[in-house]
Design a protein around this ligand. Structure first.
Ligand SMILES: C[S@@+](CC[C@H](N)C(=O)[O-])C[C@H]1O[C@@H](n2cnc3c(N)ncnc32)[C@H](O)[C@@H]1O
Length: 225
C-alpha cells in the first residue's frame, strides 16, 4: 500500500471522522478507555515535551503541545480545535524536529494502517526524537485476537495486526517494552446499545488481566535504550 492512499483517504473523510467514529456508544467506549490510559501514562504535565504522532483531528491533543499528521484536512480540524498548539503537516517518518526534543511520543490508531517498513521508519525517527529513557507509546490490533475470530482485513485499512513478539522484533534494538495492556476485550458492538457502558469496568479489568493479549487492541509503552 502506498502511504499516499492512506493520506488521501483521511483527507476525504476528515470532516466526518470525529462524528462517525466516536459519536456513538462503541466509539465512546474505546475513547473512554484510551483517555484513561493517556491520563495515567502520558499525563498533562510538561506538554512541551510531548508529541502526538498522527494526531489526526486532535482527539488526544490535550496530552501534547506538538502534533504532526500528513493529512492536511485532518490537521486543519485539529488546528481549529487547538489553535495554541504547534501542529504541522508532516509524515511520522521524517518530522523535522530536533534530536532528543521529546520525553513522550504517542501514536493512536496510526500504526495499524501502515506497512511494516513505514512503522520501522517511524520507530527509528521516534528514537531520534526522544531523550534518553523517553517513551514511545502506541496501539495496534491484536494478531492473537484476529486469529481467534478468523478476522482478515479487507483492505489496507487497519490491516497491520501484531503480537508482542512482532513488536520486540521491530523495536528491540532501540527500545525495551515496559508495559502493555489491551483495549476492548468484550465484543461491545454486539451488546444492546443501552447497556454497553455497564461493561466498562469489567472490560478494563479483562484488558489488564492475563488475557489482555486477546483484547481487540494492545497499547505498548517502549522505553528508549
Ligand atoms: C485513524 S486516524 C487517527 C488519528 C488520531 N490519532 C486519533 O486517534 O483520533 C490515522 C491518522 O494517521 C495519519 N497517518 C497516516 N500515515 C501516517 C504517517 N506515515 N505518519 C503519521 N501519521 C500518519 C492519517 O493521516 C490519520 O490522520
Amino acid at each position: 500500500m502506498e502511504n499516499n492512499e492512506n493520506v488521501s483517504y483521511y483527507n476525504k473523510i476528515a470532516k466526518t471522522y470525529d462524528s462517525s467514529r466516536f459519536n456513538n456508544s462503541y466509539g465512546a467506549f474505546i475513547h473512554r478507555q484510551e483517555l484513561a490510559f493517556l491520563d495515567k501514562y502520558v499525563g498533562k504535565q510538561d506538554l512541551s515535551k510531548h508529541l502526538d504522532l498522527g494526531c489526526g483531528t486532535g482527539r488526544f491533543l490535550d496530552y501534547a503541545h506538538y502534533g504532526i499528521d500528513p493529512s492536511d484536512q485532518m490537521l486543519a480540524l485539529a488546528i481549529k480545535k487547538h489553535p495554541e498548539k504547534e501542529l504541522k503537516v508532516t509524515d511520522g517518518t521524517a518530522t523535522g524536529f530536533t534530536d532528543q526534543q521529546f520525553e513522550k511520543i504517542y501514536s493512536f490508531h496510526v500504526m495499524m494502517h501502515l506497512d511494516r517498513e513505514v512503522i520501522r521508519d517511524i520507530i527509528k525517527e521516534s528514537h531520534r526524537l526522544l531523550k534518553p529513557g523517553g517513551a514511545l507509546i502506541f496501539d495496534y490490533p491484536s494478531h492473537k485476537r484476529r486469529r481467534l475470530i478468523h478476522y482478515n482485513a479487507a483492505s489496507w485499512h487497519g490491516a497491520t495486526s501484531m503480537d508482542l513478539k512482532d513488536i520486540k522484533k521491530l523495536t528491540g534494538e532501540l527500545f525495551t517494552v515496559t508495559y502493555s495492556r489491551g483495549f476492548l476485550f468484550l465484543p461491545i458492538h454486539k451488546f444492546p446499545i443501552k447497556i454497553r457502558s455497564w461493561f466498562y469496568g469489567m472490560d478494563q479489568l479483562l484488558c489488564s488481566s492475563f488475557l489482555k493479549y486477546y483484547s481487540s487492541y494492545i497499547a505498548v509503552i517502549l522505553k528508549k535504550k
